[in-house]
Design a protein around this ligand. Structure first.
Ligand SMILES: NC(=O)c1ccc[n+]([C@@H]2O[C@H](COP(=O)([O-])OP(=O)(O)OC[C@H]3O[C@@H](n4cnc5c(N)ncnc54)[C@H](OP(=O)(O)O)[C@@H]3O)[C@@H](O)[C@H]2O)c1
Length: 299
């Protein structure tokens, strides 16, 4: 699909190659970045916040490298927005090396923006006493280790741009604790701390390190993945909330952060729906419970 796009637009040759599980595949497709155009990488671009961010960045003039594990989805998105699709598992160093190699061939080794968005919550609302260790490992792998792998691989290109920017997608879960959420809150606290550490380590380098921390965002897959496909449990997260954030609200914030002047670092930006005054204080209008404090997992 990406090839068809490149051919149909006459936009340029196939570039680089996608790597899945360390194997080179044929999924990195799309045009090269035209001279003078900024390049952005968005991880987790196959759905939700990442997909919306890729769309907004393309509209803002970026050539967007759309990275995720689901090839068909990133290819379709890249074809639509004139970007480049890369099949990438952020937890696999060989796969991330493939992403870095694609960025190198696209833009001469310069990268203007990295949005570390790939992430998620798994294991339902289990207490620590009942926690599934595999779910905890998976959350740490994608929200912390994956972020480190991608940042490490792309840092030279960000520095080479002379004015690089990183927006890490954290969460309000990285700022507090709530019952049944320890695996995810621990992982997102990890995202926050890596963000802070990077800013210290790179204080004299031309790269801004920023974090957006959303509260409740109604995306198609986040809560469904958290509850292992249980639709009723996923829907309950948003029950009675008139207007949760949507992916595009967060994408809008990310693009705003990224497009401030190079000397302006929006270190941390917390964004919640108006209805979510705090994690346990969500305005819900339900037939049997007109308005209540609750133990929402909306983050
Ligand atoms: N929704 C919320 O309420 C909310 C609130 C606060 C923060 N967040 C954070 O926002 C980010 C996006 O969430 P979302 O709501 O948009 O959820 P989503 O639709 O489930 O998006 C998660 C994305 O991450 C990708 N991903 C997962 N594991 C990956 C891996 N190993 N390698 C590469 N990509 C991977 C998925 O793509 P593939 O499966 O195709 O790889 C998908 O595109 C996450 O970091 C999440 O923690 C969400």
């Amino acid at each position: 699909m990406g090839d068809e796009c490149a051919t149909a637009r006459g936009a340029g040759p196939r570039v680089g190659a996608g790597v899945q599980d360390g194997r080179v595949s044929e999924h990195a497709t799309g045009p090269t970045t035209p001279p003078g155009r900024r390049t952005a990488v968005v991880t987790g671009a196959s759905s939700g916040i990442g997909e919306a961010t890729a769309r907004r960045l393309a509209a803002a003039g970026y050539h967007v490298v759309c990275a995720a594990r689901r090839t068909e989805r990133v290819e379709a998105l890249a074809a639509e927005i004139g970007g480049t699709a890369v099949t990438c598992d952020v937890t696999d160093p060989a796969s991330v090396a493939g992403l870095a190699s694609t960025v190198g061939s696209l833009s001469g080794g310069r990268l203007d923006l990295l949005v570390n968005n790939a992430g998620g919550a798994f294991g339902g609302a289990a207490s620590v006493a009942e926690a599934d260790a595999d779910a905890w490992r998976a959350m740490f792998e994608v929200n912390v280790v994956g972020l480190m792998e991608v940042t490490k691989a792309l840092l030279p290109a960000l520095v080479a741009s002379g004015a690089g920017a990183v927006v890490n997608v954290g969460s309000t879960a990285g700022r507090l604790a709530y019952e049944g959420g320890a695996g995810y809150t621990a992982a997102k606290h990890g995202t926050k701390v890596v963000n802070e550490t990077l800013r210290l380590e790179l204080y004299d380098q031309p790269v801004r390190i920023m974090e957006v921390a959303p509260g409740m965002v109604r995306t198609d897959e986040f809560a469904l993945n958290r509850f292992d496909g249980d639709r009723a449990a996923a829907d309950a997260v948003y029950a009675g909330v008139a207007e949760p954030l949507v992916a595009d609200d967060v994408a809008d914030a990310i693009v705003w952060m990224a497009t401030r002047p190079a000397h302006v670092s929006i270190d941390e930006l917390v964004i919640r729906p108006k209805a979510q005054a705090h994690q346990h204080k969500v305005h819900r209008v339900l037939p049997d419970r007109p308005s209540a404090d609750d133990d929402s997992l909306g983050d």
